[in-house]
Ligand binder design. Structure first.
Ligand code: HEC
Length: 155
């Protein structure tokens, strides 16, 4: 299994560019809804859609660029998605070995005030966005619960 090196150089730039993109698209109004219901299966398209969803459902706590703050831990950047739950964690009891672990935790616990309130493909898109923002190249990948197992964050 190939290990993907995360959190390399230039992560924040990538995140900001991704968010910038999502915002441009969100300006389209109706077009956003059409894209959102199309059930994208290409990893990069999923990430674009995920960036919009992240902005709607996650950014209020985790920050516009996923940088985290005193309310919620970072989900983008060097300190994001550590193997072990942060010392302050209230909900997270599990380790993040693969992106599937992140997905399982997120689906069961996030958004913190309405866990499980999004559709499965919306969670997948948001995880795709988060992976891409952290430097994972999604070219030629489709993000599914199974394919997430192959994306190793911490061997
Ligand atoms: C109401 C605030 C809030 C919202 C909205 C929210 N989160 Fe969180 N999130 C938190 C808090 C607080 C934690 C820390 C949980 C703990 O204590 O274990 C957390 C933890 C996480 C973690 C684990 C981070 C780690 O290092 O342990 C991930 C991943 C995550 N959130 C993703 C998301 C995603 C994706 C969304 C949007 C669907 C989202 N969150 C929406 C507050 C929020």
């Amino acid at each position: 299994m190939k290990t993907i090196q995360l959190f390399g150089f230039g992560i924040l730039t990538a995140a900001l560019l991704t968010l910038g993109c999502a915002h441009d698209k969100a300006g389209g109004g109706g077009a956003t809804t059409a894209a959102a219901s199309s059930g994208a299966t290409d990893g990069k398209a999923q990430a674009t859609r995920g960036g919009q969803l992240y902005g709607q459902h996650c950014a209020s706590c985790h920050g516009a660029g996923g940088e985290g703050n005193d309310k919620a831990p970072p989900v983008v950047g060097k300190a994001a998605l550590p193997l072990d739950p942060p010392a302050t964690a209230k909900y997270r009891k599990t380790q993040f070995h693969t992106a599937r672990d992140v997905y399982d935790f997120t689906k069961a616990n996030m958004p913190a005030k309405a866990p499980g309130s999004l559709a499965e493909d919306e969670y997948l898109s948001i995880v795709a966005f988060d992976l891409q923002a952290n430097g994972v190249d999604l070219t030629g990948k489709t993000i599914t619960p199974d394919s997430l197992i192959g994306i190793v964050l911490h061997p």
